[in-house]
Design a protein around this ligand. Structure first.
Ligand code: SF4
Length: 350
């Protein structure tokens, strides 16, 4: 029996019942793949269901206001995924007549669609023989074939991609791709894979040479850098200020409280002086009501150390900066915000 046949037989018996597995609609497959990048299925499933309900087809996503898209995405992280998906949906509707490309090469031309997503959509929806390589597939292949090159380095990735193509069942590429990814998710898992009873153990180089725990080899990730952010919650009556982030960073298009950053921990007194000069110039009545305990928030490449300073004022700056909006405190939940803000709003007393 070929390895691919073993994988597919295993898949038919063990696959999880997931909503996108009933679809070959390229929009639905795209949605599921984008949501599940960097996200566990248990977390991504609810997001998929809410998105598919709010935007059942590419046209409804394209026509949605950006804020609604970002709000639904809130909490998933890697917000550029949502921004690209929204921009791409508009492009498909406006330039391609609402039809997603039907080939790997055509899909690759879409903004935010990389080789993994293009291969998944092309194979599952259009039966194009393209092997997918994600973290699960790389792990399975590196163990099966005993690849000692780092799978997250360029040489290792090339080796894995070429072995993945060799393994691919070209008659049923979509099924094969889903099978190997699911096998990596459930059987050949990162820690303590289920090797006893694994249908591929007889062919597995890592198992044979007792190297399962040592593969795949990975280049160590860089250490996260630290960033200090001090958010100011300005309140005037029942209104507070939110500002829309317009810089080209991970939180672009999300809302936050006006912020000051520093290279290291800053004293409250120093922050209040900077706040008066940089955020509220010319506004005299500014009263510090309370300061939150320090909040630590971990992103993939960054550790954020934050505090929230609650300031009461009797008036707003005039003119108000373009990116600021006055929001009734009871409506804060209408705005898409980074997770660190969302978490604080859940515990802070407004
Ligand atoms: S024997 Fe173990 S390491 Fe090898 S493919 Fe099976 S689960 Fe993965």
């Amino acid at each position: 029996m070929k390895i691919s046949e073993i994988l597919v037989a295993w898949y038919e018996k063990n696959k999880r019942d997931l909503p996108w597995r009933y679809s070959v609609d390229p929009y639905r497959i795209w949605l599921s793949e984008v949501i599940l990048q960097q996200t566990r299925i248990s977390q991504g499933l609810d997001y998929y269901l809410s998105f598919a309900e709010a935007f059942p087809d590419i046209r409804s996503l394209a026509e949605a206001p950006e804020e609604r898209v970002m709000k639904l995405w809130q909490g998933l992280g890697y917000y550029s995924r949502a921004r690209y998906m929204h921009a791409t949906a508009k492009h498909v509707v406006e330039q391609l007549g609402g039809e997603m490309p039907r080939t790997y090469e055509g899909l690759l031309k879409l903004k935010g669609v990389g080789s993994y997503t293009a291969a998944a959509i092309a194979s599952i929806c259009f039966n194009e023989p393209r092997a997918v390589v994600d973290g699960n597939v790389a792990r399975v292949i590196s163990r099966l074939f005993g690849v000692e090159e780092a799978v997250n380095g360029p040489r290792g990735h090339k080796i894995i991609a070429s072995l993945a193509e060799e393994l691919l069942d070209r008659e049923q590429p979509g099924l094969h791709n889903q099978a190997i990814m699911e096998f990596g998710s459930l059987q050949c898992v990162p820690d303590s894979p289920v090797c006893a009873g694994c249908p591929l153990s007889g062919r597995c180089v890592a198992w044979k040479h007792n190297r399962v725990d040592l593969l795949p080899v990975k280049v160590p990730k860089r250490r996260p850098t630290a960033r200090w952010m001090y958010f100011f919650i300005f309140r005037n009556g029942n209104e507070v200020i939110l500002m829309k982030r317009d810089g080209n960073d991970i939180w672009k298009s999300l809302y936050q409280f006006p912020v000051l950053e520093s290279d290291g921990p800053a004293e409250d007194g120093e922050l209040l002086v900077r706040m008066e000069q940089e955020l509220m110039p010319g506004v005299a009545e500014l009263i510090l009501e309370r300061v939150s305990p320090p909040v630590r928030h971990q992103l993939t490449h960054r550790t954020i150390h934050a505090k929230f300073l609650h300031i009461r004022t009797g008036r707003w700056p005039d003119p108000m900066p373009d990116t600021w909006v006055r929001v009734p405190s009871g409506r804060l939940d209408d705005y898409p915000v980074p997770r660190i803000i969302h978490r604080y709003l859940q515990v802070a007393n407004f």
